[in-house]
Ligand binder design. Structure first.
Ligand code: URA
Length: 237
């Protein structure tokens, strides 16, 4: 890969900034100043410094976003803002996409990546990645309705849901629900199957990921190395 492409892809400098810095002797490849940014480097083996700082190679990007209300989990949409529109312009050059979907009015944790292979494995039913949601419902849940939802309920299309776990708060109209699958509008349809209605929904975990570090709606951050490793493990099942 060309040195200027590498520096631009890693978000370090635009191609013209890279060329200028290299001419000024500020870019080194394996400790040797490199003044020609058209030079081809091996991103995984060569050691690159820019302005005294090491630039390490990241093959993929992994971003945790706290989705606000009204934003759609898509890469583009003619009408509504997408989760990608909430990220800075310099990330647009990557082929990022949300790993799984949240409804337009569901809030909370969305993983965004350009690692299609990992996303595919995490979304495969056999991975059983757990997703926990905080919810509010229109009516209180009875013990029997809670049991039905946990053991498996029949949705409007005849599908029987896999076991889930519900923690009910004292008002019985709010709590958390943990799923290991992700059918279309699943939680809303589960509550409809017991003649109830979801009035608030927020995803708070996705496998090993939590909303830590992104407290406000619209906040985003890169995953840590250990979070990426933990996700990889989930994707192996
Ligand atoms: N279940 C739903 O009904 N909506 C979501 O966004 C996620 C799970």
């Amino acid at each position: 890969m060309r040195l200027d492409k590498f520096l631009s892809n890693m978000g370090t400098a635009s191609r013209s900034e890279a060329a200028k810095a290299a001419r000024g002797g500020l870019v080194t490849v394996n400790s040797v100043p490199c003044r020609d940014v058209s030079k081809h480097i091996d991103p995984e083996r060569d050691v690159i410094y820019f302005n005294g700082k090491r630039v390490t190679y990241e093959k993929f990007r992994y971003i945790l976003l706290n989705k606000p209300d009204g934003v759609v989990s898509a890469t583009e949409d003619g009408r509504d803002k997408t989760v990608l529109d909430l990220l800075p312009a310099e990330l647009r050059k990557f082929e990022l996409f949300p790993c799984g979907r949240l409804d337009k009015h569901t809030l909370g944790l969305v993983l965004i990546t350009d690692n299609g292979d990992l996303a595919h494995r995490l979304l495969a039913p056999k991975s059983h990645v757990t997703k926990k949601y905080r919810y509010e419902s229109k009516f209180p849940l009875t013990d029997e309705e809670k049991r039905t939802l946990e053991e498996g309920t029949i949705l409007d299309d005849g599908y029987e849901t896999k076991p889930s776990e519900i923690e009910l708060y004292d008002d019985r109209k709010s709590g958390t629900i943990t799923l290991t699958e992700g059918k279309y509008h699943q939680i809303k349809r589960m509550f409809e199957s017991v003649n109830n209605k979801i009035t608030y929904l927020e995803r708070i975990t996705f496998g090993p990921l939590t909303l830590e570090g992104v407290p406000e709606r619209g906040d985003w951050r890169y995953l840590t190395e250990s979070e990426i490793e933990a996700l990889e493990k989930h994707g192996k099942n």
